[in-house]
Structure formats: C-alpha cells, structure tokens
Design a binder for this molecule. Structure first.
Ligand SMILES: Cc1ncc(COP(=O)(O)O)c(C=O)c1O
Length: 420
C-alpha cells in the first residue's frame, strides 16, 4: 500500500508524524508513532511532576484551566497533527490518500479499539459521537408496539431521546425508574431497576457513567438483564478513556461511546459496540443486505477518513500512558479537589461514595450560587472552564479534571469559588 504513495506525500506525512500505517512501511524502523507520542513515557507516579511531560503535549493557552473535559476533551498535539496530516494526504493525492486512510482505519484503528476494550473489531462500528451510536443501538433493537423498555431518570437526552422517538412512532413503552443522586448502594440500585421489570419488558438502558459522574454497576445490571431475558444497552460516553473497560466482561448487548471526551481523540469520533451474540436482536438501521455475519451497524456513506484515522494516534497516546495510570491520575486530582471543597463551609459534595463515582467528574452545590451563572463567572475571575449540572434536582457545578490539570489549577478554582 505504501509503495503506491508518491515519495513527496510519504515524506510529508512522515514529517508530520501521522498515518503510522503508511509511515511504518516506508520509514526507518522504530520511527512509526506520531512525533509527540514517541517521547511519552508511562508515568509511574500520580503527582503533577510525573505528569508534566504529558501536560506539555496539550495546546491550551497558558493560564487557562480547562476542567470541562466531560463535555469535550482536548486532543493532544500529536492527535491534532495526525488529523492535519490526513487532510494533507487526501488533498494532495485523493485516490491513494483515501485508500491509505481507509487501510489505516481498517487495519489499525478497528483492531486496536477492539483489543483495548476486550472485543473483536467486527463488533465495533465507528460513529461521529456517542449520540449517533445511541441512536443506532436503540433504533436497531427488534421491538414490537407495546414492548417495554426500562431507562433511568439519569439518562442524558442523547440516551433517552431515541427511546422517546420509538415510543412516539411505534408505541414502544418507556418506563423511567427514579435513581437518586448520589447513587444508592448497588443492591438497592439493581433492585429498583428489577422491580420495574414486567411481562412486556424487553430491554434496559442506562449510563456506565452519568453526565454528573455517577458510576453505575454495569456488570450487575447486565447480569440481571440476562437473568430476566432482557437486552442491555449501555451509554458509555463518559466512561471510555477514564479507566480500563472490558466490554465482554461487562456483559452488555450494546455499548455506545465517545472518543472525543476522556479518550482524547479527534472531535467527531465515537463507536458503537454490538456483541456478536446479539446481532439477531440488534440490527442495522440502514443496510438491506446486512446479515448476522455482516451486520453493518455503522452509518453508511463517505466518512471523515482523516479524523477517523487519527484515532490511531489517540490510541497511541492513551495506551502509552495506560488507562490504569489515567484512572489513578484522575482519581488523585478529583480526591484533591474534593478535599479542598470540603474545607468550604457552604459547599455540599454530591458525587457520592468513591466506588460509585467516576475518577474524573465531581459535582457539588454552593449555597446561594446559581450553577449556570457560576460558569461564566469562574471563567471571568479564575480563567477556569467548568460546567453546570442542574439535573437530578441539583443546582450543581460539575468540574471534570483530566490528566493534564494540576493542583495549582484546582487551588485557583477553589479560591475563586470561596469568593464567588
Ligand atoms: C452520559 C452522556 N451520554 C451521551 C453524551 C453525548 O455524547 P456525544 O457528545 O459524544 O454525542 C454525553 C455528552 O456529554 C453524556 O454525558
């Protein structure tokens, strides 16, 4: 494949440090990863010093603290360069550029994604985001009018709306189970969901990690679903990239993910997983020729090849650091944030028990402070980006800290909050 590239294109791609498939075949051995990733090492410790080289890979303006990663992650420079290199390749040589990008996606991105999440490449379809994947999994479920689906009161609109569409169009019944925030203990949460199961129930759908950072007992809920003969659909938008995940071990039938949040992938990337054993019950919404062997769950048509191929570099980045180290670093930062918030008299933490909260998201209320107006205020007085979380009856602020944040940024935010 690489032999087909004109020498000029190959060299330019190599210089930009992207498109590792093309580079692998034509550059000297050992020079295969994107330039920035090549210098990365797995941090052994969790403190700021151990992660300063990682932080240096991000392009954010000095002085701005970005703590809204749960909304949209910041791709590191090697990922940005990889997207640019892909566009250069496809613009300078559209035929071979497209072919090479497609090969990189098929031969590297898909198998690596499958391997990272414990499943096969053929069980994964790339999407533009988690919302698209959530629509595909929901619209693809084989259900009949009158069939019932259980969701929770904590779904993101991206998870709830496709079910509501089916309810409006086809007469599917959607039952919302009230789940309190912070979460109740796991046995109670599972019992709440199970108590809603009736004769017509066919599926349950819930988040792995909610928008506010509540961490659901996915394996226990999926086991309950299997025992009751139900399909299980999981919204993994906020989970993928925060900690190691094995989709096979979780036991869900379908799982929807963003790659542009915690995975630090290029903007406009996500995936849908449909377990091979569930292909007869979750089918494509597009392709009349699909079969169980060729399920064709992904959206059809020309895709953003340069963006998708750059997922390879995000995978380099994240796997070099290690998802376990990312989890430990995120936990270190949010533990520190929680300790600092605890020092403020008028702040109530809402994230709940450690084992039921995601490593990187923290929610809290501050007496007398409207969460929505605190977002521009904190940007103004502390150059810090956070988000509101006015859901589940809360008037909360959400701070989502990723590996690139620092204790000094957290201190600045907490000091600003104490004055706000
Ligand atoms: C729980 C949850 N699900 C789904 C989404 C939608 O993700 P995306 O922006 O990738 O479509 C979000 C976005 O914030 C989310 O928090």
């Amino acid at each position: 494949m690489a032999e087909q590239l004109p020498r000029r294109t190959v060299l330019k791609l190599g210089a930009m440090g992207a498109l590792s498939l093309a580079i692998e075949a034509c550059r000297p051995e050992g020079v295969v990863e994107a330039a920035g990733v090549r210098t990365l090492r797995r941090p052994v410790d969790v403190d700021d010093a151990a992660w300063s080289a990682v932080r240096a890979q991000f392009m954010i303006d000095a002085g701005t603290a970005y703590m809204n990663n749960a909304s949209l992650g910041m791709p590191p420079k090697p990922v940005v360069d990889a997207v640019a290199a892909g566009y250069v390749a496809i613009s300078e040589e559209p035929v071979h550029g497209k072919h090479d990008l497609q090969s990189a996606i098929a031969e590297r991105v898909m198998p690596r994604l499958g391997a990272l999440f414990g499943v096969t490449a053929s069980e994964i379809s790339l999407t533009r985001n988690a919302t698209e994947a959530l629509h595909l999994q929901t619209l693809g479920a084989r259900l009949r009018p009158g069939d019932q689906v259980i969701i929770t009161t904590q779904e993101h609109p991206a998870g709830a709306r496709p079910w509501q569409l089916r309810a409006a169009r086809e007469g599917i019944r959607v039952v919302e189970v009230m789940i309190p925030s912070p979460l109740p203990p796991t046995p109670e949460l599972v019992a709440r969901m199970e108590s809603a199961v009736g004769r017509e129930t066919r599926a349950i759908a819930f988040c792995h990690v909610t928008r506010g950072g509540h961490l659901y007992p996915v394996a226990e809920l999926c086991a309950m679903a299997r025992r009751r003969g139900l399909l299980s659909f999981v919204d993994g938008a906020q989970a993928v990239g925060q900690f190691p995940i094995n989709l096979r071990e979780l036991g869900c039938d379908a799982y929807s993910a963003s790659l542009h949040k915690w995975m630090l992938g290029p903007v406009g990337t996500g995936f849908l997983y449909v377990s091979e054993s569930s292909r007869d019950r979750i089918v494509t919404t597009f392709d009349p020729e699909a079969t169980v062997d060729m399920p064709q769950h992904g959206p059809p048509g020309t895709a953003d090849f340069p963006v998708r191929a750059a997922i390879d570099t995000a995978l380099d980045f994240v796997t070099t650091l290690g998802l376990d180290r990312i989890e430990a670093r995120c936990r270190y930062l949010s533990d520190y944030l929680k300790r600092r918030l605890d020092e403020l008299d008028d702040v109530e933490l809402l994230s709940g028990r450690r084992e039921q909260s995601a490593p990187g998201q923290t929610i809290f209320e501050k007496a007398g402070l409207n969460a929505a107006s605190s977002v521009p205020l904190l940007e103004q007085i502390a150059a810090s980006h956070v988000d509101e979380h006015q859901r589940d009856g809360h008037n909360a602020i959400r701070v989502s800290t990723h590996v690139y944040n620092t204790l000094a940024e957290i201190d600045r935010l907490v000091d600003a909050l104490s004055r706000a």
